[in-house]
Design a protein around this ligand. Sequence first.
Ligand code: UDX
Length: 502
Amino acid sequence: MEQGSIPSPHILIFPAQGQGHVNATLKLAELLSLAGFKITFINFQYVHERLVRNTDVEARFSKYHGFQFKTIPVCRPDDPQRTERWRKLSVKSKPIFKRMVIESKPTVNYIIGDGVLGFVHDVAVEIGIPAIQMHCLSACSFWTFFSIPDVVAAHQLPIKGIPTIICHPFLNDLFIPFNCITYGSNLLKLKGKEDMDRLITKVPGMETFLRCRDLPAGFCQVSDISDPNLFFITNEIRKSQALIINTFEELEGPILSQIRTRYSKIYTIGPLHEHLKTKLRSIGKQELYSSSNSLWKVDGTCITWLDNQPSQSVLYVSFGSSTIVTRDQLMEFWYGLVNSKKKFLWVIRPESVINQDGDNLGEIPEELQEGGKERGYVVKWAPQEEVLAHKAIGGFLTHSGWNSTLESIAAGVPMICWPYFGDQQVNSRYVSEIWKLGLDMKDVCDRRVVEKMVNDLMVDRREEYVKSTARMQELARKSVSEDGSSSCCLNRLIEDIRLMNK
Ligand code: UDX
């Protein structure tokens, strides 16, 4: 689509390699295609190969005029240190990406780089192309990462008594940057546990409720401030002068006000999946909507199983795309779920389960598969958006990844949070303490706690959670409606990109 005689600007979009990042960024790409921009969507090659293997993504996007996929052919670095692997990936990818931008035809007019891929923004600055960082994180976790230098300056880090986290070789062939952190089980053995309850008062807007245990695990929960992970994300996310965030004003208004003290331009355009669905519906093209940008093969049989369950009776359990659990942790969840007597639909990626020595079990333990037939249903990967929207679902036991959290909010489903790492610790604190949309199990992994929380969410405190989630669901929908806050922000972003290219 051309605007008068001026050719449509060409936007280059580059997500990080996680499922949540690819998913959200593709939805933004689709919204910008609908606005008439030419889009080049760049993926690391090994990510794109998985995307193509498991979805019809190339056929789907071929319907958009001027849309193309390109890949960066890098191998996954194998350095045992997590941030070092990430750094090596950036060093290898940067010159390839830079050449791609310089040689691009048509000329690139604008670059949207994932907030955690700082090198994308660096390339834009070096070549002199307008660019912005897109954050697939919540505003509250963005702000926490942003504020870490002030936390350190006030001597609120390191945390006393925190153990050195045991890292196993990474088992998932997708996510280079993350070592497997057997996090929950480590904390159970913590001696100086009381320091984890200490308040962190140097993240503006969170002075009264952010504890050490709510800081991003694997990055900011450090025993030593020379830990290379501590400032790693902070340095990546602080590159651009303006931000796109997959969130909405009604959910994160107070923290967005804090962020506005440092940034003059913030485009809050989420929840992106709901936004895209609404936009396609409004132009009569709802059949184009597909929730599936999955890097795993989706098992749709669970929907038939859900069809036969009573309304709001099933707990959906999924820890997203990169959580690793020990067999012991898995069994604690299993007993907790079975003892709660509630039915469940559980996503277990076989490569996500390890034994005490850190070796991958490679399969779902047998007793779980067998027992699952009676109490619930176990799949390797589910059509999550459809599952959460299903009338049989009454709750979501989640790792608090940001996409999962937004999808749960948009579907009006209350949550039990078991955050694994990074932004998830902050998200889960907000879900329970600020938004009152569920319960935060945090770093506990105990069958009695699981059983109690499931019963609290599904029975004893159900009314309270149903009320608060319904209210937030309504606000989420409003935000993406024609005059809603997220729609207005997206229109402003589209307008600003066009103005830059006049
Ligand atoms: C990663 C980080 O873990 C997360 O904290 C950050 O906010 C984004 O990147 P991930 O583990 O992939 O996220 O979790 P999340 O953000 O929740 O995204 C998972 C996506 O996979 C969701 O869109 C969800 O719908 C989808 N999914 C998950 C499926 O389609 N099927 C499944 O069985 C499980």
